[in-house]
Design a protein around this ligand. Sequence first.
Ligand SMILES: NC(=O)c1ccc[n+]([C@@H]2O[C@H](COP(=O)([O-])OP(=O)(O)OC[C@H]3O[C@@H](n4cnc5c(N)ncnc54)[C@H](OP(=O)(O)O)[C@@H]3O)[C@@H](O)[C@H]2O)c1
Length: 264
Amino acid sequence: MNDARKYALVTGASSGIGWHISEELARRGYYIVAVSNQNDQLRNLKETLEKTYSISVVTVDKDLTQEDSAMQLLRFCQDNDLDIEVLVNDAGMFFFSEVTKADYETVKSILTLHILTPTLLCRLFGEQMAKKHRGYILNLSSITAMMPYPGISLYAPTKAYMRHFTRAFRSEMMLDNVRVTCLMPGATDTSLYSTGNINVSFLKKLGLMKNPQTVARAGIQALFRGKAVCIPGFFNKIIVIILPLIPRFIIEMITRRTSGVRKK
Ligand SMILES: NC(=O)c1ccc[n+]([C@@H]2O[C@H](COP(=O)([O-])OP(=O)(O)OC[C@H]3O[C@@H](n4cnc5c(N)ncnc54)[C@H](OP(=O)(O)O)[C@@H]3O)[C@@H](O)[C@H]2O)c1
């Protein structure tokens, strides 16, 4: 299937930030390997990008909460001779629940989707990039990584893992000329919150929600400029500095009141 084309593999490409990251990469001439578990949306992406940017999009319908999905993706790329130069770990899910009330399978899914699969993808595709002394990896964290938050007690810590992992992995991969960047968006207007109880219209009214195009563009620019971390938006940059300085009990009081977790 391949000649000297440059391929970018984007997980979570079917919507939101991942869709726009795919578009940013297509604009730069990359052929896209678009992965998610919604085939119809992937087909839309393929049609849109191929028509607009004269590139090809290979769609892969895969559930990344499956433990062997990273290895399956590597094999798929090898079997089809797709030489991946850019890896974007974007796929994510979100839900509000106290830990003991969360569905058992959902707990396993979020930990696999946010931690195991992206880490294994970094392991597998990172090794290939290191051998070629060329490559780019963008990992999605979140500004929630800065703050344990009742109600999203599983979501935020997975993003903290991704933040720390990406920082250390970046230092290792530098030795092999592979650039690794951590993208930490704040609230972004996507379908991620469709299952949560975040007051989206309130955040929009305050101007605190960014659009996914802006976030995607900032992340891709940071990746190609070799930045360690990208926090899109002035307000989000300030939050990340201020949050660790606020006493824990104040944060807990505010987050309890806003997160829908049982009051004492
Ligand atoms: N939106 C925000 O405010 C925000 C803030 C900080 C960080 N982030 C992070 O940004 C990333 C993208 O989120 P988004 O806001 O763009 O949300 P989104 O529009 O809901 O996109 C999530 C993507 O992940 C895919 N995905 C979910 N579960 C999957 C699974 N089991 N297997 C394969 N693909 C799966 C979705 O595919 P399907 O639609 O096919 O399920 C979709 O393409 C996530 O990692 C999220 O944590 C978002």
